[in-house]
Design a protein around this ligand. Structure first.
Ligand SMILES: [Zn+2]
Length: 338
């Protein structure tokens, strides 16, 4: 089907990494197999994600060559979806809580800055209906999919597009990326969440290998009560990423400003073209160092790319300073310095 509107441009770029580096089946290393690119329209932003996918390379392992995607991915969107779960939740709530029509929901989304076609709103209502109607016990496709994987790692997320309204609780499997159950609740006490976890536990055709959550206290207690003895991992990376988000934004801005300061590399390179003397060689070396610093993306959130760029540029600057001091070979372009 032809698109009448192009997809919105991404307003942010982010990287999603799986939590684990070791295979839970054989204990071997999970190697990075490939990166997939995925653009998601969320309520607040349009994000271009780089999704790191790992695989076990032990031929004798039950999980040999099976893709292992970041746990967090399923909290953001349904498999293959272009819109975030937060958008789907809001659409569903507007439809079923406030009984709004498709054109009204479309308008409400546009009002919030979400770029979406009216026809797509209809599709998202269908996705929401499928989600809340999901019953693991009678979903053959899903049961077969889970059986093939041999086990699930559960994650529990609460989606609340508007503070003070209902929360859509989604229990999903991190291994297959499939949602397993979704219920809209007004509160989220331990007593509310335990029945949801039990329902999934009782309907699963495979064992639960572990649970990953963000560690909110009511969730922690509910997991301990409903799934005793099952390992429960708090998603540290998720924690850290959330905490580091303001720093990440500031760092991105700083990097942009730093890049402006070294924009003059290309003219310098051009001026050295065709020359093979010592000054030209040295100059080319420095230009290459600047270029390589510019393409180094760091590893956020712990290794901020802006700070890294500053470190590398400072090292280049210091080296140029030493060069000028020695005076043996003072390139003509050094006078203008950074
Ligand atoms: Zn393995």
């Amino acid at each position: 089907m032809a698109r009448r509107h192009g997809r919105p441009r991404a307003t942010a770029e982010r990287r999603l990494e799986p939590n684990r580096r070791r295979c839970w089946s054989c204990g071997g290393t999970l190697w990075v197999a490939y990166h997939s690119r995925r653009r998601l329209t969320l309520l607040e932003e349009v994000v271009q994600y780089t999704v790191v996918v790992r695989r076990c390379r032990t031929p004798s392992c039950a999980r040999y060559r099976r893709a292992y995607r970041p746990e967090e991915e399923g909290a953001l969107a349904l498999p293959h979806g272009e819109f975030g779960l937060d958008v789907i939740t809001l659409v569903g709530q507007l439809r079923y809580r406030e009984h709004r029509s498709v054109p009204e929901i479309h308008q409400a989304l546009e009002h919030r800055g979400v770029v979406i076609a009216e026809r797509t709103v209809g599709h998202l209502i269908e996705r929401y209906e499928e989600l809340v109607a999901l019953h693991l016990t009678d979903d053959r496709r899903l049961r077969e999919r889970l059986s093939r994987e041999g086990g699930v790692v559960l994650a529990l997320d609460g989606l609340q597009p508007d503070v003070g309204h209902e929360v859509l609780w989604v229990i999903r499997d991190c291994v297959s990326g499939e949602p397993l159950l979704a219920r809209s609740l007004l509160s989220a006490t331990e007593a509310d969440l335990v029945p949801l976890l039990r329902e999934v536990h009782d309907a699963l055709p495979v064992p639960i290998l572990g649970v990953v959550t963000d560690g909110q206290q009511s969730i922690r207690r509910a997991v301990a009560t409903a799934l005793p003895g099952i390992p429960h991992q708090l998603c540290h990376f998720h924690y850290l990423q959330e905490a580091a988000r303001p720093i990440y934004e500031a760092d991105r801005h700083a990097k942009k400003e730093l890049k402006k300061a070294v924009r003059g590399v290309r003219p310098i390179e051009r001026a050295m073209e065709g020359r093979s003397d010592l000054e030209a060689e040295v100059t080319r070396g420095y230009c290459l160092a600047v270029r390589s610093a510019l393409t180094d993306d760091g590893r956020p959130p712990l290794r901020a790319s802006g700070l890294r760029l500053r470190d590398r540029l400072e090292a280049i600057d210091a080296s140029l300073g030493r060069l000028a001091e020695k005076g043996g070979c003072r390139p003509s372009w050094l006078a203008c310095g950074p």
